[in-house]
Design a protein around this ligand. Structure first.
Ligand SMILES: [Zn+2]
Length: 329
């Protein structure tokens, strides 16, 4: 707001020849800054001489733009809000406290553009795209042990990391970091790399990716049980998913790797029950794209009033494979 005196007020009514002046900028952004804290007040302010009701703020989860330079993307990944005229040359949109934009940490992209007669007479009716990062306060970051609050602690389980079948979106180094951290939060321990495949009964506890996981299932945790005793425990993540390896939060079309690993390793720690969708727990039954649970105050679930099926959430699965028919020794 301190840019008031320095900013250039543009006369949109100038004839086309005069508006060819390169110094003219029809939409001059005064706020917000590039980064705001979750929950903090958030106001988009655009300095312009355009009449009331003709300035729209568009915010998107993607930086993709169409031929006109307008942010675009699948339905539901961007929003438009008409800014209100605050002074003769300032249009603002004060974002309500319950808006996704003030509640959900992450990276967003925004711009202002003109509509109606103001757009027709403007040389550049679409303003430049700016990035906005909504940050989570450090104290709210997900870390620390998950037992006993969300389940019991893993007893003696140790498992290998499978190097087989990695998707292009996840590096080995990142996977190792995510899994090791999640394992320690459950009292488990991730061991060295192996080329052994995850989700195959081979005598090794293995966590990794697999192309054999059915579509719509994020990961399958399998316990191989012999005479009532778990003799092998595997975790196979769906290699075909659009994974967000972090540490950034997932985009609206990405599945959060850390959330899924925390969930699945909870099973490996011996917690077999699922909780209802949107419960404050890593053991929820389903997770949608763009959602995460990394800690009690580091979580985001979209449209919790709707059922998992109607919002396109993906399931978690675990299975108990009985191997009692194996030869007795
Ligand atoms: Zn599960």
């Amino acid at each position: 707001m301190r840019r008031v005196l320095a900013s250039v007020v543009v006369l949109l009514a100038l004839p086309a020849s005069a508006s060819a002046n390169a110094a003219l900028a029809p939409l001059d952004y005064a706020a917000p800054t590039a980064s705001v804290s979750r929950g903090a007040p958030l106001t988009f302010a655009v300095r312009t001489a355009a009449p009331d009701g003709s300035v729209v703020v568009r915010v998107s989860g993607h930086d993709e733009v169409d031929a006109d330079g307008l942010l675009t993307g699948p339905d539901g990944t961007w929003l438009d809000e008409t800014a209100a005229q605050a002074t003769t040359d300032l249009a603002v949109w004060s974002v309500p406290a319950d808006s996704v934009l003030r509640q959900r940490p992450g990276h967003y992209y925004w711009q202002a553009y003109l509509t109606g007669d103001a757009a027709t007479s403007a040389e550049e009716p679409v303003g430049p795209v700016q990035e906005l990062t909504v940050t989570l306060p450090y104290a709210d970051k997900g870390r620390g042990t998950l037992f006993p609050k969300y389940g019991r602690r893993g007893a003696t389980q140790r498992f290998y990391l499978s190097s087989a079948g990695f998707p292009g979106t996840v590096t080995g180094a990142r996977f190792q970091k995510v899994v090791r951290t999640a394992a320690s939060r459950w009292g488990l321990r991730a061991l060295r790399w192996t080329s052994v495949e995850a989700g195959v009964r081979d005598g090794f506890n293995v966590a990794g990716f697999s192309s054999s996981v059915e579509a719509g299932v994020l990961g399958v945790q399998t316990d191989y049980v012999k005479r009532g005793k778990v003799v092998e425990s595997d975790l196979a993540l769906n290699a075909s998913e659009n994974w967000n390896a972090g540490p950034d939060y997932p985009a609206l079309d990405q599945i959060d790797l850390e959330s899924v690993v925390l969930h699945e390793l909870g099973h490996m720690a011996g917690n077999k029950k699922h909780r209802a969708r949107c419960t404050n727990s890593p053991m929820i039954e389903a997770l949608g794209a763009g959602e995460w649970w990394r800690g009690a105050r580091d979580k985001w679930f979209d449209t919790c009033a709707a059922s998992a099926a109607t919002v396109g959430s993906k399931r978690f699965a675990h299975r108990i494979a009985r191997v009692d028919s194996a030869p007795l020794r």
